[in-house]
Design a protein around this ligand. Structure first.
Ligand SMILES: [Zn+2]
Length: 214
């Protein structure tokens, strides 16, 4: 078993790249959110535990997430390749994943870090615009409206959601820097880190990742 880990700031394009690489390798793409929903739906022991936290409005603790990954590995064949997107998120999760891997005779790595400068992250994350009248969505970089700031469908003035305001985005990037960026050092020390330039389009990023994974 092999567990490939994807690292990168919000807006770096981890999810998009993970879907493409999972198809190319092939590997099973595991995003934390999808894994949680699946385990809850299937009513596995870890899924039930997670549900009790979610129902109470609390965060699902790391120990439950690790149990869930354990269930996933238990149900998989020894030749499985996984691509983890969104886990680990901090050093203690990385340590727990390493321990679990030993138990299952699985190899963790490579850890692919998709690197994007802060300026571009801010543009990508802050570029979403929505129409308050008809709900149409736009993006200043990837899906710009025909007239700047105006809805193509109903000509209403577009707005930026609270989640996409610069203050909120700055906070998300700070949380990443504090908790997840140390993982780059963690995997570097283990000799597993592969840095990839994430500033290009999705095809270019996927090609660059395939290069370093091979
Ligand atoms: Zn509209």
């Amino acid at each position: 078993m092999q567990i490939i880990v994807f690292l990168g700031a919000p807006g770096a394009g981890k999810g998009t790249a993970a879907v493409r690489i999972a198809e190319k390798l092939p590997a099973k793409h595991i995003s934390t959110g999808a894994m949680l929903r699946e385990a809850v739906k299937n009513g596995t022991p870890a899924g039930l535990a997670a549900k009790s936290y979610m129902d109470a409005g609390s965060l699902v603790p790391d120990s439950v997430l690790i149990d869930m990954i354990g269930e996933l590995l238990t149900a998989s064949t020894p030749d499985s390749v996984f691509l983890f997107d969104g886990f680990p998120r901090n050093e203690s999760q990385a340590a727990a994943l390493d321990e679990l891997a030993v138990k299952f005779n699985a190899e963790v790595g490579p850890a692919v870090c998709i690197d994007v400068c802060e300026e571009l992250l801010l543009k990508r994350l802050g570029g979403r615009r929505v129409c308050p009248a008809c709900g149409a969505g736009f993006h200043v970089l990837s899906l710009p409206p025909k007239v700047e700031g105006v809805c193509d469908v109903c000509q209403a003035k577009l707005i930026t959601r609270a989640d996409d305001q610069p203050e909120t985005i700055k906070h998300r990037l700070e949380v990443y820097e504090e908790q997840t960026a140390p993982l780059i050092e963690w995997y570097k020390k283990a000799g597993k880190l592969r840095m990839v330039d994430g500033s290009g389009d999705a095809d270019a990023v996927a090609d660059a990742i395939m290069e370093v994974i091979r």
